[in-house]
Design a protein around this ligand. Structure first.
Ligand SMILES: [Zn+2]
Length: 65
């Protein structure tokens, strides 16, 4: 009865559609880890990440009128 795997990113029960992850978000996080080769991108979950991620993309800069 251990068919229920846990998400390697956040530890929540994995969902069939996103195996072995629990959500697309975690799947993206894992993918980004591979792409960047590091843990630069933190796993965003319901819990706020303190002191770690204040970077909000500045879309304005690219969209100057
Ligand atoms: Zn997860």
């Amino acid at each position: 009865m251990d068919s229920q795997k846990k998400c390697p990113i956040c530890g929540k029960p994995a969902i069939e559609a996103f195996k072995p992850f629990c959500s697309k978000r975690c799947a993206d996080v894992d993918l980004n880890r591979w792409l960047t080769g590091s843990y630069v991108i933190p796993a965003r979950d319901d819990e706020p990440v303190s002191d770690n991620d204040n970077t909000v993309p500045d879309y304005n800069e690219d969209d100057n009128i």
